[in-house]
Write a protein that binds this ligand. Structure first.
Ligand code: PXL
Length: 293
């Protein structure tokens, strides 16, 4: 599929009164370099698509909100956040988790929606069933693409959702444009049969399965199934792949891509970021979002 390239606004198009001529020169050189960036968005927007990530914070910067901001930004989108939980973690594990007050999560969503506006949403770690419920309350009214990553366990093996929170995923799957389970999450959600019975679109990600190839299956009710298979990238630095995938899909959907196009381009972005992983930490290290251009 030929990519249309996103061209960043030069300062004369941004209408910012405080931009000095020195900054203007820099902005236009950034704009020129973005023009040669292969990760173009789909409808060549003059202003960046606005993506709201509703997710948990990863202090180590590899997953969660931090992975989402890096992904959305590298793809030319404008990232906003509603933080649902704080985690103290690094590449070796999750050392502490504090969920945010559900009213505060709702206030963050309202602030973004009511002022800046939101073109697509990515949902990640929620932190409690009460937070899942306020997120569903807010999003039911919005009518924009929603990508739901049903986060349950971190790459290092820590539980990021309890049974009550997983039960509360039901409402979010019902309103999501796409749900993105990995292998254990799909099992916990009842497998392919249960997902088909829900009548929702989902991508069954194969990164956690065994074997030399990785296959992702996109299931959209009423359409033929779509599969992508690629050689496995052998690396221990896979922390944040799910967050990166779901926020990339949300960014492409916000820029007008179809579900298939968004998944296809997001897979490529994740693979490029895996190949560029900097190798940080003693455990499962982060991806190299910053190097994907
Ligand atoms: O990759 C799932 C995930 C989501 N959100 C947060 C995480 C992780 C994995 O560690 O820390 C905050």
């Amino acid at each position: 599929m030929p990519r249309t390239r996103h061209r960043a606004c030069a300062s004369s198009e941004t209408n910012l009164p405080f931009v000095s001529s020195e900054v203007e020169t820099r902005v236009s050189s950034v704009s020129t370099s973005l023009d040669t960036n292969g990760w173009g968005l789909h409808n060549n927007p003059m202003t960046p698509p606005r993506i709201l990530s509703i997710a948990g914070s990863d202090s180590g910067g590899g997953a969660g909100i931090q992975a989402d901001i890096k992904t959305i930004t590298m793809l030319g989108g404008y990232a906003m956040t509603a933080i649902c939980a704080l985690t103290a973690q690094d590449t070796t594990g999750v050392h502490a988790v504090v969920p945010v007050d559900p009213a505060m999560v709702a206030a963050q969503i309202d602030a973004c929606v009511n002022d800046i506006g939101v073109d697509a949403v990515k949902i990640g770690m929620l932190g409690s069933p009460e937070i899942a419920a306020v997120v569903a309350d807010r999003l039911e009214k919005l009518g924009i693409p929603i990508v739901f990553d049903p986060v349950m366990i971190s790459t290092s093996g820590a539980a990021l959702a309890d049974a009550a929170t997983i039960a509360a995923f039901e409402r979010l799957m019902a309103i999501a444009t796409l749900t993105t389970p990995n292998v254990p999450e799909l099992v916990a959600l009842g497998g392919h049969a249960a997902m088909r019975a829900r009548g929702v679109a989902y991508i069954a990600k194969g990164g956690d399965a065994e074997g030399p190839e990785v296959t992702d299956r996109l299931v959209i009710p009423g359409l033929p199934e779509r599969m992508w298979t690629a050689p496995r990238i052998i690396t221990r630095h896979t922390h944040g792949t799910g967050c990166t995938m779901s926020s990339a899909i949300a960014t492409f959907l916000a820029s007008g891509a179809s579900l298939e196009e968004a998944v296809e381009d997001a897979r490529e972005f994740v693979r490029a970021a895996l190949l560029a992983a900097p190798g940080f930490g003693a455990g499962h290290g982060p991806l190299g979002h910053q190097a994907v251009r």
